[in-house]
Every structure is written in structure tokens, then in C-alpha cells.
Write a protein of this length. Structure first.
Length: 343
């Protein structure tokens, strides 16, 4: 059976571990290695756990007359630049993930000893490429969005015993809210018995983009991947699903708060629970002065919170224990009624 926990870099993923936050660069570097280096630094400061790059050779990705050929040529980094960027990534303290779109790019990532690979959505039905990625013996991220269950199971079988995270979410962007389907996260974990991540492609300019990863973490996501850009106002490549640095930082804060609110940690100790109940519980007290020798009636009683420094009195549900009994001494208003005050 495939283990429910794996390690990406030095970070455990799955099995109740904190959600791994992946800062997706994609092509937001716009063909500049210097910008890519700045983005690594930004990812660290934003509180991400990992940084992810898309590495490709345009000539191996699209045909010559493809409408995006020119724009892809413009953002393609050369081998020398990628070596520089990936080396800096490995030294950053972040886990490093690569989405390689061809074999030379995959070889380049292996040379840099990156910490894991994401199989592009378009290659989920490309058995030979999946086998090539698996050969690296590193953790794999598989994108499930839009793929029929038979295709998902085939891809999983191709990975053998490789450490695996299944990514829930459509790879296109921006994704309509109704297509995020966060409720599917736990169902996928149950069905495939593997860690499940959330591929967040919601509109980076919407308020929901700040809370979608937090909701995913609260819904059981073991990993969240979100695009970012250094300046969203420039509307550069891949900006639509991207957050700027300040918003990404805030997103991570909300995600961590959601994890705490989910309550995956150890429950409060018995002593803490008792103390909390003690502070709020009510005791049976005298509603007014009760003279010595007076037979207590329900009208003479009140149920109030008392000073927590002193032992709590009789609980309201046990008020029947005092009604009909005689006071052996005067009981002052608001005084806790105890057994030794009654006949």
C-alpha cells in the first residue's frame, strides 16, 4: 500500500501534517532569470514552503505556427539561466518543484536535484512521459482536473510506488467558483488513499483568492499551489490567477489560522477543559437572605456564575437536592448553597 505521508524537500506532506504551501512562478518571470531570482526571495518572505517553476523548450512544446509560439519564445529561459535559478532555489531554504514539459527540461531539473516534479495536465495521458518522470524516484504531483477516473487510475498505476500527491483543481484559469469543488478533497483522499492537494486557479484579483486556500486546508488539503507575481498591476504573463506578495503573505496567514481552527492538533487537556467549564458554569446560590430555620423553596434560589477562585457549588440540575430542606444558619444573598448549610 502507498504510504499516506511523503517528504518534499525536508517537509512532510499528508498524514495530518501542516499543509504545504507552494508558490507557483509559472512564467511570471517573463523570460528574465533576474526576475526569477527575485521571485525566489519573495516566495520565502511570503511564507511559502516551496517554490515551483515551469521548465520547457518551446520548440518541443508547440508547433512552429502555433499562436503562442512567439510569446513562449519570449519567456523561455536558457539552460545556463535555469541552472543559475535552480541552484539559487535549492539554497533558499524552500523545497523546489519543477513542472517539466519535455525530456531535456526534465534532465535539467534532475541535474539540479530538485525535490519533486509536477506532471503537466496535458501529459497525464502520456504514459511514456510519466514513466520518465517516475524514473527520478522523487515525489510526483499529478493534476487530476478534467481527467476521467479511468485516466486517473492509469496514471497512478504508472507511478508504481513513487511518493505521490494528487492535485485537485482545473489547470485552466481563472476557474469559476462553482468549479473549485472543495468538497471533493476528502472524497479523493478516501478514494485513492494518497495525499491530495488543491490547485488554486481562482481569480487573483478577487477577495476569494485570499480565502480559497484556507478553505481548502480546512477541507483536508495536504498541499496548496497558488500562482504569484511581483507586481500584479502590470498584468504580465500568468497574472490572472496570481497574487501579489502582500496578498500571498496574507493568504498564508489565513491558511494557517484555518488549520488551527480545524483542530488537527492535540485537544485541550482535561485540566484545561475543566477550568474552562468552571469559569462558565453556574451554581445554586441564595436569591436573597434566607433566615436560619427557613425551609428552602425554588423561589428562594438563583443560578449564577461564582468566583472561580473558590470551589463551585451545587449545579442547577441538582437544585432538587436543596429544595424542601431547612437552613441550619442564615444564608446571605448570592452565597453559594452547600450541603453543610442544610439539615
Amino acid at each position: 500500500m502507498r504510504p499516506s505521508t511523503l517528504v518534499i524537500g525536508s517537509r512532510p506532506v499528508g498524514g495530518g501534517q501542516p499543509c504545504l504551501v507552494v508558490a507557483e512562478v509559472a512564467s511570471a518571470h517573463e523570460g528574465s532569470a533576474d526576475v526569477a531570482l527575485r521571485m525566489i526571495d519573495a516566495a520565502f518572505k511570503m511564507g511559502a514552503d516551496a517554490v515551483q517553476f515551469q521548465v520547457f523548450r518551446t520548440e518541443r512544446l508547440v508547433v512552429r505556427r502555433h499562436p503562442e509560439r512567439r510569446s513562449l519564445d519570449e519567456v523561455e529561459l536558457g539552460t545556463k539561466d535555469w541552472r543559475r535559478v535552480l541552484k539559487a532555489s535549492k539554497a533558499s531554504g524552500l523545497a523546489v518543484l519543477v513542472e517539466a514539459f519535455d525530456l531535456p527540461s526534465l534532465d535539467l531539473a534532475r541535474e539540479a536535484d530538485v525535490d519533486g516534479y509536477k506532471v503537466p495536465a496535458a501529459d497525464m495521458e502520456n504514459p511514456e512521459f510519466i514513466r520518465s518522470v517516475v524514473a527520478g524516484s522523487k515525489p510526483l504531483l499529478l493534476t487530476l482536473g478534467g481527467l476521467a477516473e479511468a485516466g486517473v487510475r492509469e496514471a497512478i498505476e504508472l507511478t508504481g510506488a513513487a511518493p505521490l500527491v494528487l492535485l485537485h483543481g482545473l489547470p485552466s484559469f481563472p476557474v469559476p467558483l462553482e468549479e473549485t469543488r472543495l468538497r471533493d478533497l476528502e472524497a479523493l483522499k478516501e478514494r485513492y488513499r494518497a495525499p491530495v492537494g488543491f490547485l488554486d486557479r481562482t481569480d487573483g484579483g478577487s477577495g476569494f483568492a485570499l480565502v480559497a486556500p484556507a478553505l481548502a486546508a480546512a477541507s483536508g488539503a495536504d498541499l496548496v499551489e497558488k500562482h504569484f507575481t511581483l507586481d500584479r498591476s502590470r498584468k504580465g504573463r500568468d497574472y490572472q490567477p496570481s497574487l501579489g506578495p502582500e496578498d500571498f503573505y496574507r493568504m498564508v496567514e489565513l491558511l494557517r489560522q484555518a488549520e488551527r481552527a480545524r483542530g488537527d492538533g492535540a485537544p485541550a487537556s482535561a485540566e484545561e477543559s475543566r477550568r474552562g467549564r468552571r469559569e462558565l458554569r453556574r451554581s445554586v446560590v441564595a436569591g436573597g437572605l434566607i433566615p436560619r430555620g427557613e425551609v428552602l423553596t425554588a423561589a428562594m434560589l438563583a443560578f449564577k456564575r461564582t468566583d472561580e477562585r473558590f470551589e463551585a457549588g451545587i449545579a442547577p440540575r441538582d437544585a432538587h437536592r436543596v429544595i424542601g430542606r431547612r437552613a441550619v444558619r442564615p444564608i446571605q444573598a448570592d452565597e453559594i448553597i452547600r450541603e453543610d448549610m442544610l439539615e
